[in-house]
Design a protein around this ligand. Sequence first.
Ligand code: SAH
Length: 212
Amino acid sequence: MAQERREMVEQLKFYGITNLRVLDAFMTVKRHLFVDEQSRPYAYDDCAWPIGYGQTISQPFTVAFMTSLLVERRPSGRVLEIGTGSGYQSAILDALGYQVFTIERVPGLFEMAGRALDELGVPVARRLGDGTLGWPEEAPFDGIIVTAAAPDQPSTLLSQLADGGVMVVPVGDLASQEMTVIRRVGSRFEHEVFQRFAFVPLCGREGWPESN
Ligand code: SAH
C-alpha cells in the first residue's frame, strides 16, 4: 500500500497542499487500516468512504486542508477533535506531534476507532459523548478541529480555546459549509473563511437535532 499512499500524497500536492509536515504525516499514516474491508482497495482514492452508522471517513484532501489550516497557525500543542469517526484524522494529528484528544458520539464508531488506534499504538485520549460540549477538564486547547458540519460557531468549544488557539470548523447548512478558522486573541475572536465542503452533520446540544 506504500505506492498507493505515495500517489495519494502526489495528488494532494497537485490539489494545492504544500505544507511538508502535513504531506509527511499523510505519507506515514496507513489510511487503509481506518476503512472497512470493502473500501480497503480504494482507501487511498480521494474519496469519503462509508464507515457505518451513516457516517464517513473524510476524504484525504479535506483532512489535509483542515490540518494545514491548523499547522500553519498553531504548529504544536494540545488539539481537540470533534467527531472521531474512523480515527484517521486523530492519527494524522498525532503523526504531526500534537497531543490529541478526540470525542465521538456514536458508541460503535468510538469502539472501532479505538481498536484501530490501539493496534497502531497511537496515543490518543478518547471520549464518548456530545463533542459540542467540549472537554472542559482538559481545556484549554491550542487547536480544535470539528470534523462535522456545524450550524453555527460552536460557542462552548470556542470558550475552551487557549489564547492564540485556533479552531477549524465547517459552518453552514446541511448541504454545504464554509471552512472557517477562528483564532482567539485575548477576549476577541478573529475569523477567516475558506472554500466550501460537504460534511455529515454535527449533532448535539450546539449542533443539529439528533434526527439529522
Ligand atoms: N474525523 C473523522 C470524520 C468522521 S465524520 C475521520 O477522520 O474519519 C464525522 C463524525 O462526527 C461522525 O463519526 C459523527 O458520528 C461524529 N459526530 C457528529 N456529531 C458529533 C458530536 N456532537 N460529538 C461527537 N461526534 C460527533
